[in-house]
Design a protein around this ligand. Structure first.
Ligand SMILES: NC(=O)c1ccc[n+]([C@@H]2O[C@H](COP(=O)([O-])OP(=O)(O)OC[C@H]3O[C@@H](n4cnc5c(N)ncnc54)[C@H](OP(=O)(O)O)[C@@H]3O)[C@@H](O)[C@H]2O)c1
Length: 333
């Protein structure tokens, strides 16, 4: 039986989910909701979604929807996730799961109360490159991990974007720095025991426009990262070990195919090009893999996991706790 998704919000991300559902067996995007009826109808027509709802509540009452994708701005994630869970829907909520760890805990408590699954939509973790990098690292290919470096920088959003509103969960750390924190915690399998951070805050809105953080993990493993809304677009990551390094040019949005990363050992570089399995390329797209995984969890009634096997709840709560500490360190020292 197909898993029938509904989506709240009409932002840019809708097209990715609509494409994945259109191309994959077993998945359907059956409904979309907007605060504005005309916007819902326009998005439904554009993305070939059968049902347009005026208002989010109306979609939650739709008995033809099994699971809801929360594609609203960060400040609405907690409220609408909890309402969707209470309405009996499973929830795939866009990253960051919420504005702080308190909200994340509340959301997982609601999932438990209503016996529904909740997963944070960190799609980059589902691209085959990330499990392969973690597998090689854990197999000791770069020795003992010492340090992780990563960055994600962008610019050019209009001033009215919710990313510039502090009470809507705006700021570079929550929007894109969350990727860097997620990677560092996936690599170390731990939460940091100490954080330091510095940020350039927008004097008008109070949101962090550029933030640099340092995380110290158990056994003195460290991670540095930088995220920005005011820089020339740039991204990348590096995992440094005692006997080698892994360079990841496209950690967050790897091309579906081909995607490369490099392992450097004793000054020699080996480029690892992911060999496509015998499946069509669109099935390898991170959004498609993420949706497929979540739909399987719903069908088989098992907890979603982040590859290669961390429990999604621990992972998302841990990331949120670190994000709280980092922004506090940047604001208050
Ligand atoms: N995984 C990824 O690659 C990826 C990429 C981009 C974004 N995201 C995440 O997806 C989420 C949505 O991002 P986005 O760029 O689509 O955000 P956005 O355009 O700021 O907001 C998304 C939707 O929120 C709804 N909304 C409700 N109240 C609103 C208000 N007061 N002001 C403005 N919009 C309001 C709007 O839908 P209606 O007005 O139609 O109801 C809007 O389309 C964020 O959490 C973001 O981090 C993830």
């Amino acid at each position: 039986m197909n898993t029938r998704f509904g989506i709240l919000g009409t932002g840019s991300i809708v097209g990715k989910y609509a494409q994945a559902c259109r191309l994959l067996p077993g998945l359907e995007l059956v409904a979309i909701a907007s605060r504005d009826a005309a916007r819902a109808r326009a998005a439904a027509a554009k993305f070939e979604i059968p049902c347009a709802h005026a208002g989010y509540e109306s979609l939650l009452a739709d008995t033809g929807v099994d699971a809801v994708i929360i594609a609203l701005h960060n400040g609405l994630h907690c409220e609408w996730t909890c309402r969707a869970l209470a309405a009996g829907k499973h929830v795939l909520c866009e990253k960051p799961l919420a504005c702080n760890a308190g909200e994340v805990a509340q959301m997982f408590a609601a999932a438990q109360t209503h016996h529904r699954w909740l997963m944070e939509a960190f799609m980059y973790r589902f691209h085959p490159q990330m499990p392969e990098i973690l597998r090689r690292m854990r197999a000791g290919e770069i020795g003992r991990v010492l340090h992780i470096n990563s960055h994600r920088m962008s610019q050019g959003r209009e001033a009215s974007n919710m990313r510039y509103q502090r009470d809507a969960g705006g700021g570079a750390l929550l929007d894109i720095g969350c990727y860097c924190v997620s990677l560092a915690q996936a690599v170390t399998g731990a939460e940091p025991i100490r954080v330091q951070a510095n940020a350039h805050f927008d004097p008008a809105t109070g949101v962090d426009l550029t933030l640099t953080g340092m995380l110290v993990f158990p056994e003195d493993v460290t991670a540095n990262f930088c995220c920005s809304f005011e820089s020339e677009p740039s991204y990348g990551a590096e995992i440094v070990g005692t006997t080698g390094r892994i360079l990841i040019p496209n950690p967050w949005m790897p091309p579906v195919w081909p995607s490369d990363f490099t392992i450097v050992r004793a000054g020699k570089s080996e480029i690892i090009r992911m060999t496509p399995p015998e499946v069509p390329a669109h099935i390898l797209a991170p959004f498609a893999l993420e949706l497929t995984h979540f739909a399987e969890c719903i069908r088989q009634d098992r907890a979603p996991v982040f590859p290669p096997g961390d429990n999604a709840e621990c992972d998302s709560l841990g990331i949120a706790r670190t994000l709280d500490s980092v922004i506090a360190a940047a604001r208050f020292g």
